[in-house]
Design a binder for this molecule. Structure first.
Ligand code: SPV
Ligand code: MG
Length: 431
């Protein structure tokens, strides 16, 4: 009896899956792979039911002979193990980022004499609604909020990109790139004070008030499901900070990062070129303790950002503060630097990790951008934030188009730099 294999990356079974099973049975004995949690999030299909439940779901379907775990997005390992005569899949993998997976399967099966079968993808009103509802479930506060902690367990490093609007949120949500044998995408979003302020044409000095910052979060949340890390600047007065923690937690934000500065906040990348005052260790610990005291769930994280290297206070000061902030209840440490060379950041990571094995370390490689994610992992970092690159990419592109329209007195000359109108009007999904 020939063997046929398919892989399910889903939290529920609908007629589309049943159709694949019906088709598969025509060819041979069917083994279904259930994608592991770790692999599932690579599809931005962060599971909303447990792996054990997903296995059970598939085991109970009539026509399924075997159920196995598929632990990678790519089929190399599973095909080597079960050597199927056929691999069957919905034809939605013939285009988009999933195309790379299909091509890989074709190559693997060429070696063993197997064949790929593409079944027309089932898209009825009901399946579309089920898919949309399931995606939206992930945007609900109770799912989204805990997702950062879950990602910290599942990922070597949580890749985070700056967003400041619905549109940039969509880029963070949907951009997927096939890199050789991997599919890469961002795991989380950063609501940067610098970019949120810049988008409003304002300086990054805590001038954009909290109501407005919360409005930005709400806009992003409307169109995304990924977890949010909020740049909380200094956190303001302790008496105000506790309200901010409550609000963010209720909205479904996963973490706030607060920096140990006080008074008029200036962007860290100015360093000592402008007047910036570091908070005392004791007062900042009090702020962390106050935030932790009012927190209601176990999901929300308060991450302490240390400005000692920015302000030339030295490595020892940074490390003393890091350990003190963790003791005060901080769920993570962000260490920042404006040097081009990542050496002092990596030194901090090594020294901090020597005494603290688990507290997540957050790194923002804006200045020291030569450092790779793999190097950061090697030195014990857990979250990397690309804090301002989307804004810095958009501004010069818009400015140069504006200049050329003025120069040529029409828009024809800039057209080849623009997204086609048909594409921009269909960019945003309609309900
Ligand atoms: C931000 O993005 O607003 C930050 C990171 O705080 S940095 O600008 O690098 O200080
Ligand atoms: Mg900031």
């Amino acid at each position: 009896m020939p063997t046929i294999y398919t892989c399910f990356c889903t939290d529920f079974i609908h007629e589309g899956h049943l159709n694949i099973i019906r088709e598969a049975q025509k060819y041979g004995e069917l083994t279904v792979g259930v994608l592991s949690d770790k692999a599932m999030i690579k599809f931005n299909k962060f599971p909303t039911v447990s792996f054990a439940e997903r296995m059970e779901l598939v085991k109970n379907i009539k026509g399924v002979s075997n159920v196995v775990v598929q632990s990678d997005v790519m089929y190399d390992r599973v095909i080597a193990e079960i050597k199927p005569d056929y691999v069957i899949h919905g034809d939605n993998w013939c285009y988009g980022p999933m195309k790379a997976i299909r091509e890989n399967v074709v190559k693997l099966l060429e070696k063993t004499g197997g064949k790929v079968i593409d079944v027309p993808y089932t898209k009825t009103e009901r399946t579309a609604l089920l898919d949309a509802k399931n995606a939206l479930k992930r945007s609900m506060p109770e799912y989204r909020r805990k997702r950062l902690k879950e990602l910290l367990e599942l990922r070597d490093i949580v890749k985070t990109i700056e967003v400041h609007s619905g549109l940039t949120g969509l880029i963070a949500e949907k951009t997927v790139v096939a890199n050789g044998e991997e599919l890469d995408q961002f795991d989380a979003m950063w609501i940067s004070s610098l970019c949120d302020s810049t988008a409003k044409g304002k300086p990054d000095i805590e001038l954009v008030d909290m109501t407005s910052r919360l409005r930005t979060i709400a806009e992003v949340m409307e169109v995304t499901t990924k977890p949010i890390i909020f740049d909380g600047d200094t956190g303001g007065l302790i008496e105000h900070f506790v309200y901010t923690v409550r609000t963010l937690e209720r909205m479904g934000v996963s973490a706030i990062i607060v920096e140990d500065k006080i008074g008029l906040k200036r962007n860290s990348l100015f360093g000592t070129d402008v007047k910036q005052t570091q908070d005392t260790l004791e007062h900042f610990c009090e702020k962390i303790r106050a935030g932790k005291r009012v927190q209601l769930s176990d999901d929300f994280m308060i991450i302490a950002r240390i400005e000692s290297l920015i302000l030339n206070r030295g490595m020892e000061d940074a490390l003393t503060r890091a350990h003190a902030f963790v003791k005060a209840g901080a769920d993570g440490i962000m260490i920042h630097s404006r040097k081009k060379d990542p050496a002092e950041i990596l030194e901090f990571c090594d020294k901090f990790r020597a005494d603290n094995k688990n507290t997540p370390i957050v790194i923002v490689p804006s200045s020291f951008n030569s450092v790779t994610e793999a190097e950061l992992v090697q030195h014990g970092a857990n979250i990397v934030i690309y804090a301002n690159q989307l804004t810095r990419a958009a501004f010069p592109a818009m400015e140069s188009v504006a200049k050329d329209i003025l120069k040529y007195h029409r828009a024809k000359e800039v057209d080849d730099r623009l997204m086609p109108i048909e594409k921009i009007i269909s960019l945003v999904d309609e309900l």
